[in-house]
Ligand binder design. Sequence first.
Ligand code: LAC
Length: 227
Amino acid sequence: MARVASTGAVFFDLFGTLLSLESLDDACDAVAPGRGAEIATRWRARQLEISWLRTIMDRWADFDVLTRDALDMTLRELGVDAPDLAGLERLAATYAKLPLRDGAADAVRRLRDAGRVTGVLSNGSQPTLDTAAARLGLPFDHVLSVDAVRRFKPAPEVYQLTVDATSLPAEAIGFVSANGWDAAGAAAFGLRVAWLRVSPATVLPPVGTDLPRIVASWDEVPAAFAS
Ligand code: LAC
């Protein structure tokens, strides 16, 4: 029987995984009362689309820039009077202040206490990630931004950053994401993935990759990387 490598490190996606995106609804509601959820949902979708377009087109700009661009695009598409530049910047900065999801901190600490190397792997810019990591105060050994490869997830070069940072083989590196497309990308690269399926209605994009392991809550995450 082939020997299976044990998990030496576990990396976490940030936006929508460690951090909850739900408070974006309220922040957007302040700009257009009653339309917060609609704006926030489209803003996130446009943010990701632009990240994929820029990666495929090889036209790099960091995640802070495209988060602002996606917000501007969304407000114009939805016919919402855009705030002035300072207001737009303030709203976009909500991303840097998002709260931790319930159970996330405990799972990270338990994995670290069990001897795993821990880290963040995110589309976020390095300055934004460093600020977020300092605010969260969690025991991360690595805070890895896509800035290093100037491509966004799910480009394989992004997941390779975890291998380069730890000198471990991909199959010995765990990765947790609540974003199904990110979980699929990491699984396609060869990481040991736990897809945090926060809503049972969510399905993975059919992109021909091995199914990541499914966990229903943060409580189940440490056990997914127990071996
Ligand atoms: C991130 C994206 C997936 O944090 O939101 O990398």
